[in-house]
Design a protein around this ligand. Structure first.
Ligand code: SOE
Length: 396
C-alpha cells in the first residue's frame, strides 16, 4: 500500500478531461510510488464543476480555487485553466507548499513566467516540486528520437524543422473561443501550439534556441460567438462582442527561423490555418550521420535514416515505437498495438509522481517553461519590428 498524493485540479474543459484520465489511469498501468487521489475539481460555476466531478471521477467539486489551494488535505495543484490565471494560481499554490503541475504555455507573458519560475525555485528548498505540461515529450517515438540523438546516431545536428499544423479555425465562420483572446491566452498559434514545437525540438536535440526572426499574422479578425465548443473552453473572454461577433486579438499563424546552441539552423511554423492538417505536429532533424522524422498524425512511428548505409539500400525506415524496450511502452500493450494522444498525459503523471517521491526535479521544470516563454517572447518582438532577437534566457 503506497501513500497517497491528494490532487486538486483547477479547470475542467479539454485539458481537465485529459489530465483527469491520466490521474485515473496511471496507477493502473504503472507501479507508482504514490497513489494519486482525485480529491477535488474546481471551476467557476458550481453546477458545471459538480457535473465535471461526476463525469471525470473527482470526489468533490469546488468553486473557489483560493480556498482549495489553502486546504491542508491537498498535496498537489493541477492547473488546467487558460493562461491568464496560471501565474496567480501557481504562485499561491507553491507558497502554500503544494506541488504544482501547470498546463502549457507556462504563462501569458515572460514577466509572469519569471515570477512562476522564481516561486518554484524558492519552494524547491522546502521539498515542493513544479512541472509544466509539455506532454508531447512523452510520446514514445519522441522520447526515442531524443535517445537516438543523444547516442550520436544521427551525428552532428545541422537542421531542425518543426511544424505544428492545425485547421480548426481555417473556416472564417468557425466560432470564437478564449484561445483567440489575447487577455486570456497571451498569444494564438504561437503560444498554444508553437510552444509545443519549441519545447519538443529543444528536448529532442538537447540544444537551446538562441536567436530568432519571425512573422505572425491574423487572417480572420472577427468571429461568431455562436457554436463555441465547450470542449475548447467555450467563448469565454469575448469581451466587447458586437452583433454576435467577437474580435480576434491573437495570431492565427506564426513562422520563425532560429539558431540553436550547437549552430544548427531551425525552421518553425505554427498555424491553425493548414487546411486538412488536424494535429500535424512534425519534427525532422538532419544530422551529419542521418536523420529522424516524426509526425503526430502517425504518432507511433519514428522515421530514421542512417547515412552510413550503402546508397543502394539506404532510405528512411519506419520504426514502430511500440516495442517493450521503447520509452514508456513496456507498461502497455503488445508490440504494434499502439498508443494515443492521452498516453502522453498518463506518462506525464508517471514522471511527475516518480520525481516527487524521489525528491527530484521533474522536467520540464518551471525554469524550462520560462525558457520556452523567452523564445516565444523573442518571436513576438521580432515579428513586431522585423529584426533578429536573442532569446533572453539560456536553457537551464
Ligand atoms: C488546441 O490548439 C490544442 O488543444 C492545444 O491547446 C494543445 O496543447 C494541443 O495538444 C492540441 O491542440
Amino acid at each position: 500500500m503506497t501513500d497517497s498524493l491528494r490532487v486538486a485540479m483547477i479547470g475542467h474543459a479539454f485539458m481537465g478531461a485529459a489530465h483527469s484520465q491520466a490521474w485515473r489511469t496511471a496507477p493502473h498501468f504503472f507501479d507508482l510510488p504514490l497513489t494519486p487521489e482525485l480529491a477535488v475539481v474546481c471551476g467557476r460555476d458550481a453546477g458545471r464543476a459538480a457535473a465535471a466531478a461526476g463525469r471525470l471521477g473527482w470526489a468533490e467539486s469546488a468553486i473557489d480555487w483560493r480556498s482549495v489551494v489553502a486546504r491542508d488535505d491537498i498535496d498537489l495543484v493541477d492547473i488546467c485553466t487558460p493562461g491568464d490565471s496560471h501565474a496567480e494560481i501557481a504562485v499561491a499554490a507553491l507558497e502554500a507548499g503544494k506541488h504544482v503541475l501547470c498546463e502549457k504555455p507556462l504563462a501569458n507573458t515572460l514577466a509572469e513566467a519569471d515570477a512562476m519560475a522564481e516561486a518554484a525555485e524558492r519552494a524547491y528548498a522546502g521539498g515542493v516540486r513544479a512541472m509544466v505540461g509539455f506532454t508531447y515529450r512523452r510520446v514514445p517515438a519522441v522520447a526515442l528520437a531524443r535517445q537516438l540523438v543523444a547516442e550520436g546516431r544521427i551525428g552532428e545536428v545541422r537542421h531542425v524543422r518543426a511544424q505544428y499544423l492545425q485547421d480548426w479555425i481555417a473556416d472564417p465562420e468557425a466560432p470564437f473561443s478564449w484561445r483567440l483572446d489575447k487577455t486570456k491566452a497571451g498569444s494564438g498559434a504561437l503560444g498554444d501550439i508553437g510552444a509545443h514545437i519549441v519545447d519538443m525540438a529543444q528536448f529532442v536535440v538537447g540544444e537551446p534556441i538562441t536567436d530568432v526572426i519571425g512573422l505572425m499574422d491574423t487572417f480572420v479578425t472577427s468571429r461568431p460567438l455562436e457554436g463555441a465548443s465547450a470542449l475548447l473552453g467555450g467563448a469565454d473572454g469575448a469581451g466587447g462582442a458586437v452583433d454576435g461577433h467577437a474580435t480576434v486579438t491573437v495570431d492565427d499563424a506564426a513562422a520563425f527561423l532560429t539558431r540553436l546552441g550547437s549552430g544548427a539552423l531551425g525552421v518553425f511554423e505554427a498555424t491553425r490555418f493548414a487546411t486538412g492538417r488536424k494535429n500535424a505536429l512534425r519534427l525532422e532533424v538532419n544530422g551529419s550521420r542521418g536523420s529522424l522524422a516524426f509526425d503526430f498524425e502517425d504518432m507511433n512511428v519514428l522515421e530514421f535514416y542512417d547515412a552510413a548505409e550503402p546508397s543502394e539500400t539506404a532510405g528512411f525506415r519506419r520504426i514502430l515505437a511500440t516495442e517493450p524496450g521503447h520509452p514508456y511502452v513496456g507498461a502497455w500493450w503488445p508490440p504494434g498495438h499502439g498508443l494515443g494522444y492521452e498516453h502522453g498525459f498518463t506518462h506525464q503523471v508517471v514522471d511527475l509522481v516518480t520525481a516527487i517521491s524521489a525528491g527530484e526535479q521533474p522536467r520540464p521544470s518551471f525554469a524550462d517553461g520560462r525558457q520556452v516563454q523567452s523564445v516565444l517572447d523573442a518571436v513576438e518582438r521580432s515579428a513586431s519590428d522585423g529584426a533578429w532577437k536573442s532569446v533572453a534566457l539560456p536553457a537551464p
